[in-house]
Write a protein that binds this ligand. Sequence first.
Ligand SMILES: NC(=O)C1=CN([C@@H]2O[C@H](COP(=O)(O)OP(=O)(O)OC[C@H]3O[C@@H](n4cnc5c(N)ncnc54)[C@H](O)[C@@H]3O)[C@@H](O)[C@H]2O)C=CC1
Ligand SMILES: CC(=O)C(=O)O
Ligand SMILES: [Mg+2]
Length: 366
Amino acid sequence: MKIGIPKEIKNNENRVGMTPAGVYELVNLGHTVYVQSTAGEGSGFFDDIYQEVGAVILETIQEVYKSSDMIVKVKEPIEEEYALIQPQQIVFTYFHFASSEALTLAMLKSNAVCIAYETVEDADGTLPLLTPMSEVAGRMAIQQGAKYLEKPIKGRGILLGGVPGVSPGKVLILGAGVVGVQAAKMAAGLGAHVTIMDVNMKRLRYVNDIMPSHVVTEYSSVYNIRKHIQTHDLIIGGVLLKGGKAPKLITRDMLKLMRPGTVLVDVAVDQGGCIETTKATTHEDPTFIIDDIVHYCVANMPGAVPYTSTLALTNVTLPYVLKLANKGWAEACAEDTALQKGLNIVGGEIVYNEINDAFDWGVKQV
Ligand SMILES: NC(=O)C1=CN([C@@H]2O[C@H](COP(=O)(O)OP(=O)(O)OC[C@H]3O[C@@H](n4cnc5c(N)ncnc54)[C@H](O)[C@@H]3O)[C@@H](O)[C@H]2O)C=CC1
Ligand SMILES: CC(=O)C(=O)O
Ligand SMILES: [Mg+2]
């Protein structure tokens, strides 16, 4: 198979869809790998390293899309890329369709086979291709949140860990999944007081067992959320309804319950966000303020730490890339139920229900 690795063009997206280690394996199996010139540079993988393991370097993104049966990348295609996608081409990447009607319509029109990293799902319900990036984003959420709590950048002026004689800051985490647990771990490590909420009692029991006593669990009800947002300094949104639009747990009117300078980090922004006032931001301009509340809503947080993120991502994607390359998408998905769940749009049809639900199109269920 001919496999193409384009350079990411989203704002400050420095990850790349395949490392030289992946190219090495594919080329040894007889596949051809096209890598766009400088695609790996942001992650420390230069063209000559790819060439040494047998990649063909192409100068332009147009050549990569045109030459390949399968595109392996990181972020969802952005508008400039829509027209580059070829009919029947496999596109293996994060899509987050539920947050973008424009992307969904463009991919329906493309007639491509869109396999979304974020909905590949193991038998136990976990999401193996989302997990590593959620680990990165969960940890980063505290790093970023701690920074934006500083007064000169309009935060409350709180040091999360406190100091001897002064109480630590308080962190509220919505969702006790991968993002939530990683964020709780980092916040607890800094000495902050942490409240973590979920509707899944099994998760809350697990968190209660593994976390120190300054991390407390609470059931995620509207009443409890309204109560806690009044006293917490940093609020992290990490909820997910697989493949669907995130539920709005903090509505616009609730901002006035918070103290000025409270920081919201809505990690779930890529699925539309769990805060009503969320709108996607970029690493270049990551925050905005509404009603004195600082919002950080960067949809590609791991893109800022590509040396870590590219390796963490490609460690888990490569086995699936190899399957797709060796067998083609239809046979690979028929044999592997986890990968089958990644199928979102195939040949102009949505094949993942939650995408239909997200847009309220009222069309057929799959
Ligand atoms: N902005 C970024 O750069 C990144 C964003 N993400 C996003 O972060 C979000 C979370 O991802 P994961 O932690 O991997 O998902 P996960 O599936 O591990 O955890 C989500 C948790 O939300 C809980 N939940 C659902 N409804 C809830 C409610 N009403 N109240 C409280 N909890 C509720 C679920 O029970 C689950 O435990 C996803 O949207 C993911 O795409 C992940 C990585 C990077
Ligand atoms: C999961 C996701 O949105 C990211 O890694 O950018
Ligand atoms: Mg996105």
